[in-house]
Design a binder for this molecule. Structure first.
Ligand code: FCB
Length: 374
């Protein structure tokens, strides 16, 4: 199976999960990541590995709490740091996809407050002015609904709120912020490429018409609501695909076929095809901005990649405009409330010595990246 010419092959990380040494974010006190992978200091070496694995793109995030540790105080040293990171990628001819908000915020910001729209868009504008020549694709917000629900409705992540009302305010503020950032980036540069990374689920109804109805409701709220609000403010859509939910009225069953990752998440490759097909209606270029699994022993990763890419390829053959694929993740990292236990990396990290070891499945993926085919 051949992929289109110029297809983008990469992997993804986010700042808090890999960099280490982040002290001013809302996660830093209750969920400290310590040194994490020390990617902040070892990025050159990590990019050597990325190149060795034939990847031509890298998705990562800027840590806002480094750049603006106190409200309105921008840190020049950190701005220079990310410039060097971006320059290093560019000098290797690697395409850059930069996320502005990947779950963490400076400790002083609250997304349930309307002022968040102002502060976030100001931060976005600052970094855009600094890096616009070095960034190929901007992701304004990573998984807004996952963030809003974990942090403001379920209370699992900072700031640990459990309020439907706050959840709705966060969603609204993130919609407003997404539109504002899109408009401002395009005012500054006509051909800026601005998108989102959206976690969409394949909701599959069981049998009855009740099941079908519930699945379409779930699809409407989880997959489409946010996109519908910002669809005129997007140059592309990024899909983060992890989940399949079989909907049996009124609740869902996830793990019927019992093929699961180390985190107990069901592996259902065909689902990526369905969610990509669903996204076709937006008439925008698509990227798979995340897809991967926790698999410490690397027993399932090769097949996982093969199967998911097969279904991505099928969608492309059937006319879905998919431009690239980013595996989650380049290396093992800090999996939020789950800590360091889940191992999502193409590259294994020894957290004691911080040594990297390329997993066998990464070489399998590297061959696909090199040959542009499955
Ligand atoms: C996604 C997140 C990413 C990572 C993967 C496993 O929801 O965007 O940071 O944690 O899940």
């Amino acid at each position: 199976m051949k992929f289109p010419k110029g297809f983008i092959w990469g992997s993804a990380t986010s700042a808090y999960q890999v960099e280490g040494g982040i002290e001013n974010s809302d996660w830093s006190v209750d969920f400290p990541a310590g040194k994490a992978c020390d990617h902040y200091n070892r990025y050159e070496k990590d990019f050597n590995l990325l190149q060795e694995l034939n990847q031509n793109a890298y998705r990562f995030s800027l840590e806002w709490s480094r750049i603006e540790p106190q409200k309105s105080c921008f840190n020049e040293t950190e701005i220079e740091h990310y410039r060097k990171v971006l320059q290093s990628l560019k000098s290797r001819n690697i395409k850059t996809m930069v996320t502005l908000h990947h779950f963490t915020t400076p400790y002083w910001l609250s997304w349930s407050d309307p002022s968040s729209v102002f502060y976030f868009s100001r931060f976005a504008r600052e970094v855009f002015k600094e890096y616009h020549n070095l960034v190929d694709y901007w992701i304004v917000i990573n998984e807004p609904l996952v963030y809003a629900s974990q942090s403001y409705y379920q209370g699992a992540w900072p700031p640990k709120r459990k309020s439907l009302f706050s959840f709705l305010k966060v969603v609204n503020n993130q919609i407003a912020a997404s539109k504002k950032v899109y408009q401002e980036f395009h005012q500054l540069k006509k051909d800026a490429q601005v998108g989102i990374a959206k976690n969409n689920v394949f909701f599959e109804p069981d049998k009855s018409s009740f099941d079908k109805f519930s699945a379409s409701l779930a699809r409407y709220f989880w997959n489409d609501y946010f996109l519908n609000k910002i669809k005129n403010h997007l140059d592309f859509i990024g899909l983060n695909y992890y989940f399949h939910s079989r909907i049996k009225f009124p609740c869902s069953l996830r793990n019927e076929n019992k093929i699961i990752s180390d985190l107990g998440w069901e592996i259902y490759p065909q689902g990526i095809y369905h969610v990509l097909q669903e996204l076709k209606k937006y008439n925008l270029p698509l990227f798979v901005t995340e897809n991967g699994l926790a698999d410490e022993e690397d027993r399932q990763r090769e097949e996982f990649i093969r199967e998911h890419l097969y279904w991505v390829g099928r969608a492309i053959e059937e006319g879905v405009d998919i431009r690239g694929y980013f595996h989650w993740s380049l290396m093992d990292n800090f999996e939020w409330a789950e800590g360091f236990k889940p191992r999502f990396g193409l590259i294994e990290v020894d957290y004691r010595t911080l040594e990297r070891r390329i997993r066998p499945s990464a070489y399998y993926y590297a061959k696909i990246c090199r040959t542009n085919q499955l």
